[in-house]
Design a protein around this ligand. Sequence first.
Ligand code: ADP
Length: 246
Amino acid sequence: MIQIQNLHKSFGALEVLKGIDLSLEKGKVLVIIGPSGSGKTTLLRCLNLLETPDEGRLTVGDVTLDFHAGSRPKPKEVLALRKRTGMVFQSYNLFPHMTALANVMEAQITVQGKSKEEARRRAAELLGKVGLADKADNYPHQLSGGQQQRVGIARAMAVDPEVLLFDEPTSALDPELVSEVLKVMKQLAAEGMTMAVVTHEMKFAADVADQVILIDQGQIIEQGPPSEVLQHPSSPRAAAFLNVLT
Ligand code: ADP
């Protein structure tokens, strides 16, 4: 479902991704961990072209794009890739002037061209799925952080993406609100959603990930099932990072 080959990305003189290779099968969960500033978010944002890679090849579903220095993808290619991915942001990024229901309806109308009625029905269904059927008419400021993030997940799913991308979805939340969001994510994983998740939640990684990658300074330094990467890291740098976390 996802294939990344030799992906490079710099911001000015700073090379943030230094040749990333990875693949993820349909229905699997990838967890991306690593120290702050190592390039995790940039990698995730390259997957839906919120950042444009400088070099490399990126496949999501049936869309494959090649990147070279100086070339940019065509708007049509960007749209094709975006349609296959849904993004959940650390700070929710809900539209503040729209109700929960309207937030989940929006992209269905603007991106998918659905009728209002159809979008409303699907939005209500998705809010039910994340346990917020009774909050449909609330505005974001009337919801807790955990509830806002669950609306964020419903919104990301509303366009029927093939892959869901999560960028530290629980790190802005008060500790008591983290589990309600992780529970929804676990449920999606169990239903076979393909997911790539940047997180510091090691228990989630251990319980839910099929594959964990540890990025350090723009390179993958460990890659494999959680039982290997988290418990038996092969490099001293990885062991040091994991020790800091535990
Ligand atoms: P992580 O998610 O692992 O904390 P990021 O991918 O957010 O790391 O950032 C990696 C590096 O790239 C950091 O040094 C960060 O300051 C830099 N960076 C990220 N986005 C930009 C940007 N838009 N412009 C310039 N530098 C950026």
